[in-house]
Design a protein around this ligand. Structure first.
Ligand code: KMH
Ligand code: ZN
Length: 273
């Protein structure tokens, strides 16, 4: 079995300091959280950025500032900017970090309800447009799927040439509006991707660690972080993203799965070394 790639989604666009005071907004806070995750075994940082007041932004310059600052202290870490941004942003606003030609970026594969009156919109033409831009800019997409239908969409657009092989999926499970995070849901998604594809699983809230355990034994990969969950255990806030990564690394060790370094993650995902 390949080593385990741990991704840390350190910040997100929606979670606030009101939910956990350690949620990062400023450049310095993002660096602190990325470093804590990297030191604990994360080889990928899934990145959103904020203005200092916590409002989400996809501003290219802000991304550059945060990415450069993270790379200063974690030189080999893979930084995967979000192209999802926050609900309501335009496509070109969301695509700004891809102008920096990062190694990876997320590509959201469908529209879903996102709690309350919010709708996270990704039409077929949007997905095609994002896929084309990523091919043009040499970026490996992490295909974010919030439901089984989004895997089907990704496979269809792959056949049409908008997404290249080998595909790498992120099963985001437990969003209100997307697929739930039960074991049967995980098996359904996992059995619906091509044999040469890789996947990571991002369980939202209470699903984070049970789904991490399933992915560890199945040979998949794991995403944790404040974007998805702010608790280290029931009712106890995590002190840092590093603490969440540490828990996954501990679980993997107990189950006999080694943790991938960034170089090993690049090889597993087929990124340039
Ligand atoms: N903030 C969500 C609306 C991504 O990073 O690509 C979208 C999101 C997905 O977080
Ligand atoms: Zn995200």
């Amino acid at each position: 079995m390949e080593k385990l790639i741990i991704t840390a989604a350190i910040c997100g666009a929606e979670v606030l300091k009101e939910h956990n005071p350690a949620v990062p907004y400023t450049v310095e806070e993002c660096v602190r959280e990325a470093k804590s995750a990297y030191d604990a075994g994360a080889s990928i940082i899934h990145l959103h950025v904020r203005n200092d007041d916590g409002t989400p932004t996809q501003d290219k310059n802000r991304f550059k500032e945060v990415m450069d600052a993270i790379h200063k202290v974690c030189p080999d870490v893979i930084i995967q900017p979000s192209t999802g941004g926050a609900v309501g942003m335009t496509n070109d606003e969301r695509l700004q970090p891809t102008e920096l030609s990062p190694e990876m970026a997320t590509l959201d594969c469908g529209t879903l309800n996102f709690g309350g009156d919010e709708v996270f919109t990704n039409t077929e033409n949007t997905i095609k447009y994002f896929g084309e831009k990523m091919i043009e800019r040499g970026i490996k997409p992490e295909l974010e799927v919030f439901d089984k239908s989004m895997i089907d969409m990704a496979l269809r657009l792959h056949r049409k040439g908008y997404i290249k092989s080998p595909m790498h999926f992120d099963f985001v499970m437990g969003v209100n509006g997307g697929i739930s995070g039960e074991m049967r849901d995980f098996v359904f998604l996992r059995e619906s991707i091509p044999a040469d594809a890789t996947y990571t699983v991002a369980g939202i809230g209470r699903y984070e660690f049970p789904l991490a355990a399933l992915a560890i034994i199945d040979g998949g990969h794991v995403r944790v972080g404040f974007e998805d969950n702010v608790y280290i255990s029931k009712g106890v806030l995590a002190r840092s993203n590093g603490e969440l990564v540490e828990k996954v690394a501990r679980m993997a060790k107990e189950m006999g799965r080694e943790i991938a370094t960034p170089a090993e993650a690049r090889r597993i995902l087929g990124l340039a070394q």
